[in-house]
Design a protein around this ligand. Sequence first.
Ligand code: NI
Length: 226
Amino acid sequence: MVIEIPELFDASEAREIRNALENADWSDGRATAGHRAARVKENEQLALDHPLARQLADRVLARLAQTPLFIAAALPARVLQPRFSRYDGRGHYGNHVDNAIFPIPGTGDHLRSDVSSTLFLSDPEDYEGGELVIEDMFGTHTAKLPAGHLIVYPGSSLHRVMPVTRGTRLVSFFWTQSFVASPEKRRLMFELDGAIQSVATDHPEHASVDTLTQVYHNLLRQWSAT
Ligand code: NI
């Protein structure tokens, strides 16, 4: 399931973040890729302990926590610190699958990457190429979204970033461990949630709203791990 979340940040917030990033010190992105992924990765990243990286990551995390569509789609148990990367001058990231497990820096703990997300920070007209291409069980999904929009997709998918042939592509990306590890079960929860919202809006007094809500929470109780 690939879900687009419009305006996680509005255009002026995205511009503010982009301006802050444009003057930062960037480093080679291969340092953070797994062994196979490093062979196909060509971009630059902001070091995780860079003060700006921390500050902007906190801003992204705070916004996610207030975004019902992200919560319904990802059912987030925890989110790894969002990272920032820059593609220009033919930067690209070939077909790869993300690592399944990531250490959580500064702790002995780990996070399972059930859900991958990319937050577009550059305006699509400011660069050529740079599409995110995601292959999951439902086929191929290509995304090049307006600045401030987020795309959420299964961590299990193969994906790639097409070469950037003009301009600069800035993104933030991050992994989420979900309360529900299975992408199929997460999809069912998401669809049920959407249907309940619709019924509750159109027929707020209908007793089915309570029953369906009960089913939702009891399914979540069965399918979740904390
Ligand atoms: Ni990836």
